[in-house]
Write a protein that binds this ligand. Sequence first.
Ligand SMILES: [Zn+2]
Length: 482
Amino acid sequence: MKITAHRITGITILLFSTIILPGSFAQKQASLSPFPNPKNVIIMIGDGMGFNCVKAAEYYFGPMQFQSFPVKLAVATYPAKVGAYDDKDTSKLNWAEGYNPAMAWKDSLYLRKNFTESAAAATALATGRKTYNNGIGLSVTFDTLRNLCELAKISGRSAGVITSVPISHATPAGFVAHNKTRQHYSELAAYMLFNSRCDLVMGTGNPEFDNNGKKLDRKWENPKYVCDSNLWLSLKSGSGIQTSFILKDKIFEVKDVSGDKIPDPWTLITSEKDFRKLMYGKTPKRVLGIPEVYSTLQQGRDFGKNETKNSPPFTTPFIAGLPTLAEMVRGGLNVLDNNPKGFFVMIEGGAVDWANHDNQKGRMLEEMKSFSDAIDTVVAWVNKNSSWNETLLIVTADHESGDLWGGNTYTPVADNGKNKLPALKYNSKDHTNALVGLWAKGKGAEMYSLMAGETDPVRGRFIQNTVIPQLIFMMWGRPVTF
Ligand SMILES: [Zn+2]
């Protein structure tokens, strides 16, 4: 009792001293503590979206909304180990050399070495730990790393991933699953659907359709992205009650996502109509959305007669009958916001990278537009259904790809006016170790400026990619056992 009384006295004195302090000092103190605690966290990743993709899209389409977010920083993307993990030959991995700002702007070949790929980058962005290239949610010693989707569920929030590429591709898989390599698509899909407690998974990989969204008249051949034929058939059966599934002698079971101890099966949607229906009104509890196309929403469609890699965007008409990434996002948010405790979602513009690998200028711009539209949809959702006082939105990239410049390396992308291709040149078909951008807005966004302790001579202050989830762990309160 005595101690309690003492404590009360202490608090009384503290409160009193706050009152008598000059106003400005008291305000400064209040803003430093405690950590902000955003109800909703939304991370949007342009896969392969380097600074010059953003510049090119800005020149072609006009300035994009995310470019004016209040927090703007650069991000170092290198992994712990470079090369590529291979089950049979682990000597292909070497410790990375980091990012050296002086070398990056002196030696034009420096950035083309020691780069990350999307699995290691997603692991860093989801778990706060750098790992080896191709690793999904595992450390360099193969320990399981907890990710933001798992933390969201532990904290009572909902969790999900939305992408314009297959659901089990490296970026979405890295936010949900754990596997030695990104190449195990079927296992990753099975993990996402049966081991994770995610409320929402949306992306391509529909085995009944080709890259042009044409229904296959033969039996599908490669359903790897959504696991295997048996799983796809049982999902399609519409019963929605399958709770366990056997793959390679492992039993996968659906989890309870809502905490009532009753397993929650997936509701599968595939048609454009169902995606649009999901945007407003009541939604199913747990949604698996697989649009009717195989590789990507639009980037993987065949080139029309008049299109080349240097053609402007939209030269070949889009595949009809598919939702846009923005529509998927609108529907996904309508599922996730059913939870009054909030949510975490990772949204990926996944095919910017695919266009970069193929050095397709126009298709890269199409993908940038699709991603920017998805960001606008998120901003509109926050303005209407939430507020910047409870939601944190981060837009970033996992790495640069294509070594894209205006001409030769270091030549800026040159503006040729709206709706005209800017001066652009790809110098690589692979990733680079270049810094990428971060644009943040909303609750806790200013925390990222606080962490930007390094400076690049051209890109300015930068953080490590691992800081992005680390700060969310701190703001949300990471459990001791996590
Ligand atoms: Zn790539």
